[in-house]
Design a protein around this ligand. Sequence first.
Ligand SMILES: *[C@@H]1O[C@H](CO)[C@@H](O)[C@H](O)[C@H]1NC(C)=O
Ligand SMILES: *[C@@H]1O[C@H](CO)[C@@H](O)[C@H](O)[C@H]1NC(C)=O
Ligand SMILES: *[C@@H]1O[C@H](CO)[C@@H](O)[C@H](O)[C@H]1NC(C)=O
Ligand SMILES: *[C@@H]1O[C@H](CO)[C@@H](O)[C@H](O)[C@H]1NC(C)=O
Length: 460
Amino acid sequence: MKLYIIILLCSLFRITRQLNQQDRCVCELTNKEKVFPHETLNSVNDEASKCSLKVTPQKALDLESLHFGLDFRLPQLLKDLSILENENDEALYGVVSLQVIENELIEIKNMVERLNKTTQGHNHITDESGRQLLHLRDELQELEQYDTLQVEKRRKDNMRLKRALDDCKNSNDLNTQPTIQPYGVCPHGKFVNITGPRFYSTGEAPSNYKYGGWGRDPKPASGKENWYWRVLLTVSNIYANNINFYSSLSSLTVGVKTPDNALIHPANPTTNTIQGPNVVLYGEALYYNCYNSYRVCRFNITSKTISDLQLPKDTRFNSKGNFCHLDQCYVYTDIDLATDESGVWVIYSTAQNFGNLVLSKVEEGDPPIINQTWHTSVYKQGVTNTFMACGILYATRYINKQIEEIFYSYDTLTGVEKFNLGIFIDKMCPDINFLNYSPVDKMLHIHCDSYMVSYEVLFE
Ligand SMILES: *[C@@H]1O[C@H](CO)[C@@H](O)[C@H](O)[C@H]1NC(C)=O
Ligand SMILES: *[C@@H]1O[C@H](CO)[C@@H](O)[C@H](O)[C@H]1NC(C)=O
Ligand SMILES: *[C@@H]1O[C@H](CO)[C@@H](O)[C@H](O)[C@H]1NC(C)=O
Ligand SMILES: *[C@@H]1O[C@H](CO)[C@@H](O)[C@H](O)[C@H]1NC(C)=O
């Protein structure tokens, strides 16, 4: 036994010494698998990123929006042409229509040219990218052979399952979603006509303040049901920082303010003060275009705080997307606020919608948000003002110094547009800079050349 142990120790000693002598250990690993081609993977990666740089969603969007615009413009042109053909008064009316049609033709020509350019560019990209994509697919399929642990295959299976799950969830959502809220349903029926002027006064306005807005809060605080408000653009006929309140129509007429006047900021203009005449008061808060921006500001009369609402990035502002007629544009009327039975709306124009009117419902939350948006096919600079009643957008155009026509409507419930309403406003002054519908007394309120004028709306 002893001898055995000694022999064992001896042999161990020999091994150790041998190891010491060689001083290193070599281990040979034979891999039965093929070597992974990192080079190929890298080049596939490069090609893929080059390819996706060329084919951006923006390019597809450009094309889509051009098609969309033409789809809208062409039928409108036909309609406008037939309106022109039916006009026989050979006066300004026809000239205005002709001007509108000329503008439209120029825009359509521009669009067709852009479409031509874009299409040619895209054809080239499509051919090239198609070839590259085929090539990439082949290479990737080859690379998949190296996925011996089947990681990639499992990942793909998981993605497929996840997509199926999402689809399933979404179709469930669709089934449970409520139907669209009908802004357009009103108890008093369809807007058919308006009366002659019912109220006409400058109030206390010194005649050098020509522009402003006025009206009643459709959702007043209790005790203030009969109050009127007025905002005058006191700096450069563009800017304001103050809202005046009157406890009745007669105090508005004689200009006796309540002490509740609300000052937005001591300076005027400055960040978040009022820009342009088309402001509205709703639920004890004033909604307006904030100074030097394409945001809508809401000034809370009670808390004296301001929250704001971002419009789309390509919204036209600072007097670039005004209301216009043949002779004149009304400065700083880019963003028009409106009230109706269902609350507050904002009407503006965007580059994406080719300068046509865009309408959004403003939801009152804190901060206020835009929930639904509608794109119309009427060119903003071809109309003089807009208002909302019962979820329907109405637009006016200048006929002559005495008459304005409510010619256009867009129903938010059905998406139906009409261009030939033929409801005429008997004007007290030539240029309407502010126009809004007041759902509390069913009146149209107008502000022009320092005057406040109102008309009763006649429903069916
Ligand atoms: C489109 O562009 C090509 C080349 O620039 C030109 O030859 C062709 O006339 C254009 N077509 C239209 C409809 O503008
Ligand atoms: C947004 O509009 C939908 C459909 O009209 C309505 O159901 C939803 O309550 C609105 N959301 C908000 C926050 O008002
Ligand atoms: C609208 O009212 C005016 C008078 O206020 C009237 O002359 C005109 O005929 C009316 N139009 C329609 C379509 O009823
Ligand atoms: C205005 O502020 C008051 C007091 O903070 C608040 O109760 C009210 O809801 C606010 N109104 C709006 C429209 O946010």
